[in-house]
Design a binder for this molecule. Structure first.
Ligand code: UDP
Length: 310
C-alpha cells in the first residue's frame, strides 16, 4: 500500500516509516525539518520504497496514497513552546490538510494524538472516556488544545462519513533516533548520566509518567490501522508508572554511573501523574507493550552512547 507519513524526519515518523518499509509498503515521507532531523530522512532514503517531500503541513498538499499518517508536530514541551502560534497552526491546519488529502484519495487516516489532551488528569489512570483537565491559557495549551481541536476535526470528518480517521493517544514514548536536544526526561537523564553530569529533576521528582518503548508503540499504530472498524480514540502507552526519581535510578543503573541529582523548578502546568488505561487496546487489538523499561533503556543507551561525547 501507499502511505504518506507527515513528520517523517521526527522520532515517531522515522520509526513508523521504517516499519512500513520493512513490511513492504511504499512511503512518502513529508517534513520541513522544523523539529525533525535530516539524519532520519537519510536513513529512510536507503529504502527503495521511500520518497521524501520537503513541505510545511500548514500549507495544503496533494499526494495520492491509501493511508495518511499525520505525525507532523513538535511534541517536546521546550520545542512546542518555542513558537506556540506555529504549534497551534500545525496541530489544526496540519490535521485539516491531512484529512482533506485523505478524503480526496479515499484514504484512511491515522492521527497522532496525545495523552496531553487529558491535561493534568484528575482521574487515574486515564481511560479514553476521561474528558481531561486542560488549562486553555497555559504555556502547554498551544499543544494540548491544538491536539484536542485536531481530534475534534478528525471526529467530525468521521461522523460526516468523509474520512475513516483513527485516533491514537500517545503516552510518553522513548527510544533510539530521538533528538539529543529533545529536552524530554529520558534523553536528558541518559545523556547526563553518560556524560557524568548531574541529573536534572524538575520539582521534587515525585511526579509520575509511564514510558513506552518505541517499537511497542509502532506495533500499536499498525494494529489500530488494521482493525476492521474505527474504535474511536485509543490510548497507546505503557501502564507501568514510575516517579522521575525512580526513572533517575533506573537510568543510573543502566549507564553504570551514579551522578548527583540537581533539583530544578517544576515547569508550569507540568502534570503530576500520567498513566494510560490500555484496556481498550488490550481487548480490541490484543495489544500491550512487551519491552520493559530496563530493556528499553539498554537499547536507547546503545544508540546514545556513541553520540553523547560529540
Ligand atoms: N523532567 C525532569 N527532568 C528533565 C526533563 C523533564 O524531571 O530533565 C520531568 C518533567 O518535569 C515531567 C517529566 O519529567 O514531569 C516528563 O517530562 P517530559 O518533558 O519528558 O514529557 P511530558 O510528559 O511532560 O510531556
Amino acid at each position: 500500500m501507499r502511505y504518506l507519513v507527515t513528520g517523517a524526519a521526527g522520532f515517531l515518523g522515522y520509526h513508523l516509516s521504517a516499519r512500513l518499509l520493512r513490511d513492504g509498503h511504499q512511503v512518502v515521507g513529508m517534513d520541513n525539518f522544523h523539529s525533525g532531523t535530516e539524519a532520519n530522512i537519510q536513513a529512510l532514503a536507503a529504502h527503495a520504497g521511500f520518497r521524501f517531500v520537503q513541505h510545511d503541513v500548514t500549507v495544503p498538499y496533494d499526494h495520492a496514497v491509501d493511508v495518511v499518517c499525520n505525525l507532523a508536530c513538535p511534541a517536546s514541551p521546550p520545542h512546542y513552546q518555542k513558537d506556540p502560534i506555529y504549534t497551534a497552526k500545525i496541530a489544526f491546519l496540519g490535521t485539516l490538510h491531512a484529512l482533506e488529502n485523505a478524503e480526496r484519495h479515499q484514504a484512511k487516516l491515522l492521527q497522532a494524538s496525545t495523552s496531553e489532551i487529558y491535561g493534568d488528569p484528575l482521574v487515574h489512570p486515564q481511560p479514553e472516556g476521561y474528558l481531561g483537565n486542560v488549562n486553555s491559557v497555559g504555556p502547554r495549551a498551544c499543544y494540548d488544545e491544538g491536539k484536542r481541536l485536531a481530534e475534534t476535526i478528525c471526529a467530525d470528518f468521521q461522523r460526516l462519513g468523509r474520512v475513516d480517521a483513527r485516533l491514537v493517544r500517545i503516552f510518553n514514548t522513548y527510544g533510539p533516533n530521538m533528538r539529543l536536544d529533545d529536552g524530554r526526561v529520558v534523553t536528558n537523564f541518559l545523556l547526563q548520566a553518560l556524560r557524568g553530569e548531574a541529573l536534572t529533576v524538575y520539582g521534587d521528582g515525585s511526579q509520575t509518567r509511564s514510558f513506552c518503548y518505541v517499537d511497542d508503540l509502532i506495533e500499536g499504530f499498525v494494529r489500530v490501522l488494521a482493525a476492521p472498524t474505527n474504535l474511536g480514540p485509543v490510548n497507546l502507552g505503557n501502564p507501568q508508572e514510575f516517579t522521575m526519581l525512580e526513572l533517575a535510578q533506573a537510568v543510573q543503573a543502566e549507564v553504570g554511573m551514579v551522578t548527583p541529582i540537581q533539583y530544578r523548578p517544576l515547569p508550569v502546568d507540568d502534570p503530576k501523574q500520567r498513566c494510560p488505561d490500555i484496556a481498550k487496546a488490550r481487548t480490541h487489538l490484543q495489544w500491550q507493550p512487551a519491552v520493559e523499561l530496563a530493556e528499553g533503556l539498554r537499547r536507547t543507551t546503545a544508540y546514545l552512547r556513541p553520540l553523547s561525547q560529540r
